[in-house]
Design a binder for this molecule. Structure first.
Ligand code: VGL
Ligand code: ZN
Length: 201
């Protein structure tokens, strides 16, 4: 039997309304994610987990503003508000999330020098979080991805899952995006679809 896992992406306080990098409607996905977990034998979660000196924070680049684009150690980097700092309330999972159903948590963005949108690798594909290796060790061949933010961490996690050889579905009702530019979310969905991700609506 093909094991099918659910990957919950970054369901953390800082991405919910009132958080440092609030995704509009981010709180709507928590009850949907809770219900979705009941359909899976295996649930994993990613957690954005930055040190305070992380290079993706605008505050760490004097003269730069939030949402500016810079070169960070050779990679294009959008600058974000300080968010998901290790050990802070903002980095914790949403209190309404049924975390007892999560078998393992994979933290990312822990290296100050490079960001990590995907739950599998950093943005330079330099280091693995161990997620792909662990899923494969559990016999997983198919994953369903959902969470926050659709046009960043969800997208890159789904695309990396395809690259790792998994069959990938996206549960769109359990995602919300940033849409820094209008249309970003639609473009993200189109890109995932073009790369073979099954879009479930
Ligand atoms: C995310 C921007 C910065 C995400 C994380 O979870 O989509 N976006 N860090
Ligand atoms: Zn982040």
């Amino acid at each position: 039997m093909k094991e099918h896992a659910l990957i919950l992406v970054d369901l953390q306080n800082d991405f919910l309304p009132g958080g440092a990098l609030a995704v509009p409607g981010g709180d709507d996905v928590i009850p949907i994610a809770n219900r979705l977990m009941e359909d899976f034998e295996l649930v994993v979660a990613t957690q954005d987990w930055h040190p305070p000196d992380h290079g993706s924070f605008a505050a760490n680049h004097p003269g730069k503003n939030v949402f500016d684009s810079i070169d960070l150690n050779g990679l294009p980097q959008t600058l974000w508000p300080v968010h998901c700092v290790q050990g802070t309330v903002g980095a914790e999972f949403a209190p309404q999330l049924w975390t007892d159903r999560i078998a393992r948590v994979f933290r990312k963005g822990t290296d100050a020098e490079i960001d990590s949108y995907s739950g599998f690798h950093d943005n330079g594909h330099r280091r693995s979080t161990g997620l792909a290796e662990w899923l494969k060790s559990q016999g997983v061949q198919r994953v369903t991805v959902c969470g926050l933010a659709l046009d960043y961490c969800v997208k890159f996690t789904a695309l990396d899952a395809v690259a790792e050889g998994f069959e990938v579905a996206l549960c769109l009702p359990a995602c919300r995006g940033v849409d820094l530019q209008p249309g970003d979310c639609d473009a993200a969905v189109a890109e995932m679809k073009a790369r073979g991700v099954e879009i479930r609506v």
